[in-house]
Design a protein around this ligand. Structure first.
Ligand code: ADP
Ligand code: MG
Ligand code: ZN
Length: 537
């Protein structure tokens, strides 16, 4: 939970948004024509299937069958060795593997294995991979369906398919049924809205009926995956259904290193590679992101005519995944470049000086994607945050803004996302973590009421008066952080200018160069740019 909050990649979208738009013209064309194409396809489908109600019903029945027959089991060759950094989860699943391999041992002693297990975790953390690995380890058939497949146009088709699926599975036991993205069918049943969810609900009911209808001894284990366990219908989670839960989190530094090593298999690496260092720089990456990172680096090595992947390719790929490819062809005026340099130098300087902010690992003013530049913090694994860490994080987020104001006497459109992030952190300090002295130790806004975006009136468990106070507190916290930022920058104005100068010279600072920019003696204070930059918008 905390991992996600303590992002602080400090990426700055918003600069140069204009050129980015004109540059992506091929996409625009696609986007304009896509709806037209879709309409043509739909008209065609309608024409070819418009044959009266009876026909349609037959079609529906056939549809249910034929699709169900398509659910052919496969026998995954994946094993637990292919899944890294989730040791506890593997331990939990090992008993399922043992059970599938040899049921009689469990039966002899009277032990039952849960029928259903729910794999919960953010996208890309290896839920699907793990389910396949369980089947692979046990050497049993794997029946896999996706929750969204059930949401079809004909009522009853989904339920028929579920029936078929379980029938086939029971005939081929021991085996695994895997329902991916179960939230697509398994969300809380609607409380009487316009009857548009009928199909989904019938499918869900059928899943419940099937799960109640077989005994564990039949040797079928149902695994399901979701990233939204909070919206699942409670009926799904009752004993005898998906009563066992396995949680997958984004990997920590150790986990990331292990995952990188798994995906390094079969790739040629040179001796410069240090996965420990890469793991430290990829805070917040999921397993899928890391797999993509390794592949991107391999492609880059080919494009650079190298025979093996080096650290340089991995570093470049991290930047690409975080911020998009470099856009060197972009014509950026010297003024804008200067503004970006001071903005990023502001972030870096304040992060460097404040004691509770993780170290800065890289500053860059090379335009990437829609970003003018960025400052990267080497975020550490942390399991809790303190109020002072939050406050210093806020000051760091607002430092780009503060540097612009102090140097150029004006604020550009750049730091927009910084402010957004800062505001949302400040709000959570007040409403979720009880870090406001005025409002005290309680949470505001009822958790668990799903379906409404946070902070909407439906979710509130506090009065209008409290709402106003929360807003005030958020404002005060952000303002105080901004003052800290401005003070640090004012007191270290020469250092700010120095870092910005080095950035303008080298475009990217990391390692020894970054260290030097922070620490080397400043010979003579160079002049700051004068006046406000000529910018529009
Ligand atoms: P999810 O189903 O949780 O969204 P997937 O299982 O589809 O995630 O993961 C996508 C890909 O990411 C996998 O095929 C694998 O290449 C990689 N991956 C994810 N987690 C891990 C992990 N723990 N170890 C190794 N590879 C992983
Ligand atoms: Mg998946
Ligand atoms: Zn910024």
């Amino acid at each position: 939970m905390m991992n996600g909050l303590y992002l602080l990649e400090l990426l700055d979208p918003g600069y140069y948004a204009q050129p980015a738009a004109t540059d992506s013209r091929p996409w625009n064309i696609l986007i304009y024509f896509l709806p037209v194409l879709l309409i043509i396809v739909m008209i065609y489908l309608f024409m070819s299937s418009g044959r009266g109600a009876q026909d349609a019903r037959n079609e529906a029945a056939k549809f249910g069958r034929s699709r169900a027959r398509l659910i052919t089991p496969n026998r995954p060759s994946v094993s637990f060795g292919d899944v890294a950094g989730v040791e506890e989860v593997k331990d939990d699943l090992r008993e399922v593997v043992e059970f599938l391999k040899d049921r009689s041992r469990f039966q002899a002693i009277g032990a039952t294995i849960p029928k259903g297990m729910l794999l919960v975790g953010p996208p890309g953390t290896g839920k699907t991979l793990l389910a396949r690995a369980v089947a692979g380890e046990a050497g049993v058939p794997f029946y896999s369906v996706n929750g969204s497949e059930f949401v079809e146009m004909f009522v009853g088709v989904g339920a028929a398919r579920v029936r078929d699926l379980f029938e086939q599975a029971k005939r081929n036991a021991p085996c695994i049924i895997f329902i991916d993205e179960i939230d697509a069918v398994g969300r809380v049943r609607s409380s009487g809205g316009p009857g548009s969810h009928e199909e989904r609900e019938q499918t869900l009911n059928q899943i419940l009926v099937e799960m109640d209808g077989f005994t564990t001894n039949s040797g079928v284990v149902v695994l399901a995956a979701t990233n939204r366990a909070d919206i699942l219908d409670p009926a799904l989670l009752r004993p005898g259904r998906f009563d066992r839960r396995v949680v997958l989190n984004l990997p920590d530094t150790h986990g990331r290193k292990a995952i990188l090593e798994v995906h390094a298999k079969g790739k040629r690496l040179d001796s410069s590679i240090d996965f420990g260092a890469v793991a430290k720089e990829t805070h917040g990456f999921s397993g899928a992101d890391l797999a993509a990172l390794m592949n991107e680096a391999a492609i880059l090595a080919v494009r650079r005519n190298k025979t093996s992947i080096g650290m340089a390719e991995l570093e470049e790929s991290i930047d690409r995944i975080l911020a998009g490819p470099e856009r060197r062809s972009l014509k950026i005026s010297p003024r804008d470049k200067e503004l970006t340099a001071y903005h990023e130098a502001g972030h870096a300087l304040v992060a460097h000086i404040l004691p509770n902010v993780d170290p800065v690992s890289k500053i860059s003013i090379v335009a990437r994607g829609t970003m003018g530049g960025y400052t990267r913090i080497l975020a550490e694994d942390r399991y809790f945050m303190t109020a002072s860490k939050f406050k210093e994080t806020l000051a760091t987020l607002l430092a780009g803004h503060a540097a612009e104001e102090l140097v150029f006497k004006e604020i550009s459109t750049g730091p927009h996302s910084d402010m957004k992030q800062a505001t949302s952190i400040a709000r959570r300090m007040v409403t979720d973590y009880g870090m406001s002295e005025k409002l005290g130790l309680r949470t505001y806004g009822s958790e668990g009421v799903s379906g409404y975006p946070a902070g909407t009136a439906e979710q509130r468990d506090y009065s209008e008066e409290i709402a106003r106070q929360i807003d005030e507190e958020v404002y005060t916290i952000v303002k105080q952080a901004y003052e800290i930022s401005k003070r640090i920058i004012t007191e270290n104005r020469d250092r700010l200018t120095h870092i910005a100068r080095r950035l303008l010279d080298l475009e990217t600072l990391s390692g020894p160069e970054l260290n030097a920019a922070f620490n080397e003696p400043i010979s003579k204070p160079p002049a700051d740019p004068k006046g406000a930059p000529a910018r529009s918008g």
